[in-house]
Design a protein around this ligand. Structure first.
Ligand code: NAD
Length: 231
């Protein structure tokens, strides 16, 4: 229960790595601000997850919104402030892929991935840091606040056929390092977690048939593909 009385916002927290992160943070005692994009399907998934979290004894606030839209992000942080009064941890998890060979990649595919995987992390981090600085230090933590970006091994490893995704994660590495340098003195901690292949909806074509999975396994130095709970 290391995170008792702490509030964590997880973006894209309904599925995959985001959901596993929500469950682990809650298991460690954190109350959760759960972000997801508004849809009927997501509403049902959110209700199920909220019930699981409440059964664990945690408080939960659902904060719908698209993290690549500035107005949505501002609304998300205002709701958190109003409901919880503060935020301790931001997990920038929401992300997507729109794959194409470079010469066939449309501007829309390029822009969408940069908007969600990089601009979204910028918008959420900016609001979180503003909130951490306003609140000031307290005796609950050695840090003023924490930001954890779910980046990727592709922040350093090139990825042919995924120029938009690899570029977004490479830039996310530089964003993390720059924010750590800029706000480290004020005790704001910023880290990236860089998973290899994890079996989630984002990369279904890479594991949902034997041929693809066999090809993927040649790149993984273990005897299995990673699971969201590993992260
Ligand atoms: P996922 O598709 O299960 O989860 C991504 C979540 O982000 C989804 O719930 C989706 O609805 C949400 N999302 C997408 N755009 C959004 C937006 N604009 N606003 C709010 N939410 C949005 O995939 P995942 O594998 O769990 O991905 C989570 C993170 O992990 C991503 O940033 C991804 O790049 C990263 N990652 C995944 C792998 C992998 O192999 N699965 C490896 C390295 C890094």
């Amino acid at each position: 229960m290391k995170l008792s009385n702490k509030v964590a916002l997880v973006t894209g927290g309904l599925k995959g790595i985001g959901r596993a992160t929500v469950m682990e943070l809650a298991t460690q005692g954190a109350d959760i601000a759960l972000n997801y994009r508004a849809s009927e399907k997501n509403k049902v998934l959110a209700e199920e997850l909220v019930k699981e979290l409440k059964d664990l004894g945690r408080d939960v606030l659902c904060v719908e919104g698209d993290i690549s839209h500035e107005e949505d992000v501002e609304k998300i942080f205002k709701s958190i402030k109003k409901y919880f009064g503060h935020l301790d941890i931001l997990v920038n998890n929401a992300g997507l892929q729109q794959d194409a060979s470079f010469i066939d990649m449309t501007l829309a595919q390029w822009q969408k991935v940069i908007d969600v995987n990089l601009t979204g992390q910028f918008l959420c981090s900016r609001e979180a840091i503003r909130e951490f600085l306003k609140r000031g230090m307290n005796d609950k933590s050695k840090a003023l606040g924490k930001i954890i970006n779910i980046s990727s091994v592709h922040e350093t490893i090139p990825w042919a056929g995924h120029a938009n995704y690899a570029s977004s994660k490479g830039a996310l590495r530089m964003l993390m390092q720059t924010l750590a340098q800029e706000y480290g003195k004020q005790k704001i901690r910023v880290n990236n977690i860089c998973p290899g292949a994890i079996q989630t909806p984002i990369n279904k074509p890479a594991w949902d048939n034997k041929e693809s999975l066999d090809a993927l396994m040649t790149l993984i130095p273990y005897d299995r593909i990673g699971q969201p709970e590993d992260i």
